[in-house]
Design a binder for this molecule. Structure first.
Ligand code: 5GP
Length: 130
């Protein structure tokens, strides 16, 4: 069965899209640790990061770097943290999380967002993509 993220890529489930190219897709995490928390995923559906072929792995990192730089430019924060966990959704995803303090990286503290918040944040990040 297709993963929830494959359904997002196909547009079968809505997302606040940040960017997309032939091989990768970036969108806001629906339960963010901090404003601007973004997920970058390969369109190829693979569960574990280290099972990606090298080309896709390197491409995902380059794509995540580009989106991470846009987040740093758009969202006031000390830096963007990069985390890969994958215990919830079995489709590789890189978490890009604006960090100001350690709790932003813990996945224990969440920041509720309205639809308007998500839309505004997505637009701000998109404007900064180079
Ligand atoms: P992990 O698998 O790395 O533990 O976490 C999965 C992440 O995906 C979580 O941060 C969760 O909020 C996010 N997530 C799960 N389902 C959806 C969804 O349907 N849409 C979006 N935008 N994010 C999701």
């Amino acid at each position: 069965m297709a993963s929830i993220f494959t359904k997002i890529i196909k547009g079968e489930i809505p997302s606040y899209k940040i960017a997309e190219d032939e091989n990768f897709y970036a969108f806001l995490d629906i339960n963010p640790n901090a404003a601007g928390h973004t997920l970058c995923i390969p369109k190829k559906e693979v569960d574990r990061l280290l099972d990606l072929d090298e080309e896709t792995y390197m491409g995902l990192m380059a794509f995540s770097r580009k989106i991470g730089l846009a987040i740093e430019a758009a969202i006031p924060c000390d830096r963007v943290g990069i985390t890969v966990i994958g215990l919830e959704v079995p489709h590789v995803h890189v978490h890009l999380i604006p960090l100001n303090e350690m709790r932003d990286a813990t996945f224990q503290h969440k920041v509720p967002h309205s639809k308007e918040d998500f839309m505004e944040i997505a637009e701000k990040i998109k404007e900064k993509i180079k």
